[in-house]
Structure formats: structure tokens, C-alpha cells
Write a new protein. Structure first.
Lengths: 224, 128
């Protein structure tokens, strides 16, 4: 796989304090095509990203992670990407895991899903419980079982990202993508990924909590 | 013999139409029509249909819980109306939100090529 045709999509919202270090770490991996989508941040995120020299797109108002990811996918299509890798902008993911995803893409999988739960890691129990509920709920709704249905680190081949059509603007987009993987019989595999829960990422008010997880479930239930 | 009232007919027709519609979508395996979702709709609207066609079911429930009859009926109708209105409003809000997102996305992508350096962009297009 030509590195030039791999695009990293990083949705961000008010990550001005940390986004520069995330982009620097991503650049070190050798994947130069980085698209950052600033989802209507009210802090200095956009200016910080612009100075790093990567492609940055701005949502005028905050529309949610799902909307930002879809904008990134659309941009990647315009750049004739062959593979897109979605990567959270809050510093939780380890850029070194991207190579594991690309390795599986090269083996022929349409979608590669990073999973926090395939290896023993220090993950807060609230997150574990919330994720287990989300996994069960995704399975009941869409008949697809994965160990980390809410993982933001994923790789999609051209075949996958051109066919997957998510409608959700918010966090339920991850489950919606799984729905389409099942619907279109796309081949997929989960690979273990490292996750770093820092004080910064855990205290961010925009992160998923039990209440927003419940709302996500309701939206999935009521989605068309 | 019990007489059938208009609200019984209207409610049962609505419930049957919704169940049939969902069944067709489920049989056709339309996207997002999982068994769980289908059963949820069948149980809710099936319950409404059963209570409206066989009000005695409501009487048994009433007896079991000891509620007053007429007042209970009014509350039931009010709940159905609110339920329908709630779903209608949810659907309108969702549509408007989706339209806002489309506009925001179009604007963000308007200058997408400007965000790449000309050299890099030409290289990417040339590759294809």
C-alpha cells in the first residue's frame, strides 16, 4: 500500500492544548496525509492546527464527532484516498498502532477496528461497563459483535468508506459504521490498540459519559 | 353487546398500519430493521391495538390496579397523542439538524483543495 494514498482523519473539538503534540506524533509515523476537522472549536484549535501545516477543515458550528468524521471522509474521497484511518484528536490513541491497522488492510480486510479490550490495560471501570453495554446494544440492533464498538481508531479501505453511509452527527456514528459493515458484508478484523487515559482526556466535558451513552442508545433506537 | 367507538377503530387502524409497514421493512431486510427494533414496535403498537379492539383487557388491568374508568381513558388518549407528537417532532428536529450539518459540511469542503499545497494536490491528482 502506497503511503501517499493513506489519509489520517482527525476530528477535534476544543483540543487546542493537546492537538499540536498529537499531530507531531502522527507525522513521526511517516503518514503525511493528515486531515484535521475542527468541529466548531471555540478555543485556538484551528490556529494551532493550521500552523502545523496539515490539511485543516473547519465546521463553522459544532456538529458532533460523526459529522466531523463524515466531512473528513468526503475530503479524503476528493483527494483520491485508497485508505482512511480515523484517529481521535484528544491524545488517547497511540500513533504506533496505525501500522497494525495498515498491516491488516494489506492482508485484504475492508475494515480494521482498533480494540481497547483485546489486551489487559488500565481502563476505568465506568468506561468498561459503558462499552460493554454499547457492545450488547449494537449487537441487538445490528447483529454484529465486536469487543469495542465505540473505538475511534479504525481503518477503512476505499471499498468500505465509499459504501458506508452514516447519518448520525454524534457518537453513535461508530455503531452506525458497524451496521453498514454487516449490511454490506464487508470483511473486518479487530486488532489490539493501546489507549492512554490521561487526566486531560478523562476530565474533558465533551467526552462520553453514562448519560450521553444512554442518549446515544436512544438515538440509535429511534434512528431510521 | 359492546359497541365499538371511533377512537377504537382509528387507533387499531393506525396500529395495524404501523405494524404492517414495519413487518414489510423487516421482511425486506431494509437497513437498520433489526429483530430487536421490530419486536419493540410490534409489542408497543400491538399492545395499543389489543387494548383498543378488546377494551376488556384495559378493564382487567384497571381492576388489578384499581383506577377510575373514564379518567383513565382520557389519560390513555392523551398519552397516545403526546407519543405521536413526540415522534413527529423528533423526526422534524432530526431532519433540520441533518440539513444544518449538510450546509456546514459543504462550507468546510468548499476550500478543501486550497488547504493542500498546490504541489501536493497536483501530485495526488496526477497519481490517479
Amino acid at each position: 500500500m502506497n503511503v501517499q494514498s493513506i489519509f489520517l482523519i482527525v476530528p477535534v473539538y476544543n483540543e487546542g492544548r493537546i492537538i499540536k503534540s498529537v499531530i507531531v506524533a502522527l507525522k513521526k509515523t511517516g503518514y503525511k496525509n493528515i486531515i484535521v476537522i475542527d468541529d466548531g472549536s471555540s478555543d485556538m484549535t484551528f490556529d494551532v492546527v493550521k500552523k502545523t501545516g496539515v490539511t485543516v477543515l473547519k465546521h463553522r458550528i459544532n456538529r458532533g464527532k460523526g459529522a466531523a468524521l463524515k466531512t473528513g471522509m468526503e475530503a479524503a474521497k476528493q483527494f483520491h484516498a485508497d485508505v482512511v484511518v480515523t484517529f481521535d484528536g484528544d491524545g488517547q490513541h497511540d500513533p504506533k498502532d496505525i501500522v497494525k491497522l495498515i498491516y491488516q488492510v494489506n492482508k485484504g480486510y475492508d475494515v480494521v477496528l482498533g480494540s481497547r479490550y483485546l489486551t489487559r490495560q488500565n481502563i476505568p471501570w465506568v468506561r468498561r461497563v459503558a462499552n460493554a453495554c454499547a457492545n450488547v446494544f449494537t449487537y441487538l440492533l445490528y447483529d454484529i459483535w465486536v469487543t469495542d464498538s465505540q473505538s475511534g481508531l479504525r481503518a477503512y479501505t476505499k471499498k468500505a468508506f465509499e459504501i458506508i453511509d452514516t447519518k448520525s452527527d454524534r457518537y453513535e456514528v461508530e455503531s452506525e459504521a458497524l451496521r453498514d459493515i454487516k449490511k454490506y458484508n464487508l470483511s473486518y478484523i479487530e486488532v489490539p490498540m493501546r489507549v492512554r487515559y490521561t487526566r486531560y482526556s478523562l476530565t474533558k466535558t465533551t467526552k462520553q459519559n453514562l448519560w450521553s451513552g444512554f442518549l446515544t442508545m436512544m438515538r440509535l433506537m429511534l434512528s431510521k | 353487546m359492546n359497541t365499538i367507538t371511533i377512537y377504537q377503530i382509528v387507533l387499531s387502524i393506525i396500529a395495524v398500519v404501523i405494524i404492517v409497514q414495519r413487518t414489510i421493512r423487516f421482511v425486506r431486510r431494509e437497513k437498520t430493521q433489526s429483530l430487536f427494533k421490530y419486536l419493540t414496535f410490534v409489542i408497543i403498537w400491538g399492545g395499543i391495538a389489543v387494548v383498543s379492539i378488546f377494551p376488556r383487557v384495559a378493564h382487567w388491568i384497571r381492576r388489578a390496579f384499581g383506577f377510575g374508568e373514564n379518567f383513565n381513558t382520557l389519560i390513555f388518549i392523551a398519552f397516545v397523542i403526546l407519543f405521536v407528537l413526540f415522534f413527529r417532532m423528533m423526526s422534524i428536529i432530526e431532519r433540520i439538524e441533518s440539513q444544518i450539518t449538510d450546509i456546514v459540511r459543504k462550507e468546510a469542503l468548499k476550500d478543501v483543495h486550497k488547504s493542500l499545497s498546490r504541489k501536493k494536490f497536483l501530485k495526488l491528482v496526477k497519481k490517479k
